[in-house]
Design a protein around this ligand. Structure first.
Ligand SMILES: [Zn+2]
Length: 139
């Protein structure tokens, strides 16, 4: 997850930002790499596709004006939890592991209840945590 700024070479930090994409659309808790030196920023590659999907969805329905990415995306949720001092003693990879276990429990329950919609939601969330760059030492 470590990344250096393409302009000045400084190490970039990850911050959760509210990003305004247009006058109609605003997404909260978007993890972005930010350079403190020259204010270059870049949405985390592992959540980028999800952000794009939310934007497309919004264009199609023209309904939601503000979305909290942390409630939709597992990585954004974990990063926002990690930013909370309540969790300061946890390692992010422990939190990921714990969350995966929680989701697997939910999946078993959802399947037992034959709740298709719930099963799909839990499977989506699991794939967000397992598909991406989670092998990297930082996350
Ligand atoms: Zn820079």
């Amino acid at each position: 997850m470590e990344k250096h700024c393409h302009q000045c070479g400084e190490q970039m930090g990850i911050y959760l930002r509210t990003v305004v994409f247009s006058r109609q659309m605003e997404i909260e808790n978007v993890p972005v790499y930010t350079c403190d030196e020259c204010e270059v920023y870049q949405v985390l590659p592992s959540v980028k596709e999800h952000v794009k999907a939310l934007l497309t969805q919004q264009e199609e329905t023209a309904s939601k004006h503000a979305v909290d990415l942390a409630s939709e995306n597992e990585i954004a949720q974990l990063l926002s939890m990690a930013a909370d001092e309540q969790y300061e003693h946890y390692e992010l990879n422990e939190m990921v592991e714990e969350r995966i276990n929680q989701l697997l429990d939910m999946l078993i329950m959802a399947k037992a209840l034959h709740n298709e919609e719930w099963v799909k939601d839990v499977e989506d969330r699991l794939s967000q945590l397992t598909d991406h760059a989670l092998q990297a030492p930082y996350l």
